[in-house]
Design a protein around this ligand. Sequence first.
Ligand code: N01
Length: 557
Amino acid sequence: MQQTAATTPHSKTQFDAVVIGAGFGGMYMLHRLRKLGLSVRVFERGDGVGGTWYWNRYPGARCDTESMTYSYSFSDDLEQQWQWTERYAPQPEILAYANHVADRFDLRRDIQFETAVRSAVFDEGAQHWHITTADGECVNARYCISAVGCLSAATLPEFAGLEDFKGQWYHTGQWPHEPVDFAGKRVGIIGTGSSGEQSTIAIAPQAAHLHVFQRTPNYSIPAWNGPLAPADANRIKANYRAWREAARHSQIGIPFESNGKSAKAVPPEEREREYEAAWADGGFNFVMSYPDLLMDIESNRTAADFVERKIRAIVKDPAVAELLTPKDHPLGTKRLCVDTGYYETFNRDNVTLVDIRSAPIETITANGLRTRDADYELDIIVFATGFDAIAGPLLKLDIRGRGGVRLADKWAEGPRTYLGLATAGFPNLFMITGPGSPCVLSNMLTSIEQHVDWMVACIERMEKQGLALIEAEVQAENDWVQTVHEIGHTTLYPLVDSWYTGTNIPGKVRMFTPYAGGVGTYRRVCEAVAAKDYEGFRFAPALAGSASGHAPNAIAS
Ligand code: N01
């Protein structure tokens, strides 16, 4: 894999746009803005592209949306020529894809790698953003676009004694580039979300012994991952436009046709057949089996019962099966896991599930860790403890809008956005997959492309008309926050402590911030706003002598 550092000279300090992050969002934004003729600098803290897939290199990491869907749609040639080898691509293949896209569209020359952004401050007089990197480099840009992602701020909870540990330890979200050798090692994994599950499946066959320290079991649906038959890929490729359209107008950005029924209203035998078929199909769409599974607790219980029976059927030791059975949340309200072989892994002789709900970890020791009940000797500890999600990565940056107001202060009671795209008082700051958009409830690639396309159309209009600023109106933002809240509270998500509601981070406001009305509905809302001349936003012309002054119609129609 080619990982070149920035090849561009860094002397330039004035750009039309700065993009923060060179994951899938940042890369596509760069590609589109360049086509508008804008000068762009992308700042990326890693030394390569790929975002999530650059950082999350832990063993077993793979996408749990099928790759024919979790991929860019903007280039016919790209989607026709790229060959995925598995239904659910492994991390190295997705990273190779990201690198391929960067090369194919010559993106690297405008990406400055190994450069973390520290702050972005709006200069009202100059009508531009002043962006400062962790190295102290300063640049100005008329547009500041966050492509930091929703799951890029890895969190390591405080564990007493970690500094005394004599073995090796890793966080799944900041995995080293070098291979980690688990052969013959006593390994402990803390955390049983998607990262913990995937690590468990991959590390168990390598380690001498694996202890999985579980605080909260989650529901997991089989992916049935395997090689992607060329015939299956070609069937989608032959009809890719229709496939992508179906994803764009679906609930979660994955093509799916709902049966429109309530789970609790259909006869049990019919429901069982539906769940068996969805289980056999695998993946996230299990939770779409009935449209009310995430809205009605009784309907949800029917699906949860089905999965719990599957757990008991797969896991041989009834006590272990019981421990793996979720007790405290409806199915899908903590982010569903999608696995190939997770529950089966607990049938291995070299794997032990440890319940740290009943006997919490008290301290990491020099040779392992101690729970309230026992000492465990470990050579390697893997922390799969998650992320400060959704607004977290944005709030790690020091972003200041009009009047020097800090985004962190404006959002002290929770994120406030209009459409998840912008926030009042922060002109020309765009957020790809920001809070208040479907973001983490959707296939990220579908949402990224929709956001970037919407933003670029908006920027194109501004450039053509010589407008300097766009800013969300407070009333529109208030209404949107209310809409997101109301729709969110028609679902079961807000009932549950999870990273969706922010409760995994001490001190974070408990709030369910993704837009839960579905990717298709959300798209229609955004399109309607644009069609009504960006209703709920206001534009401003360039101030005389400001840095952003530029001639109208600078872009040829
Ligand atoms: O993180 P998580 P993740 N002591 O927050 C436990 C995406 N993703 O990295 O539930 C002990 O889900 C915590 O326990 P509890 C996907 O959206 C996608 O796994 O708080 N345990 C939980 O079990 C996913 O949802 C893919 O009680 C502690 C775990 O750590 C999201 O990223 C792959 C603890 C954290 O689980 C995050 O997944 C991977 C403590 N102090 C990730 N603190 C794919 O596409 C936390 N835990 C495949």
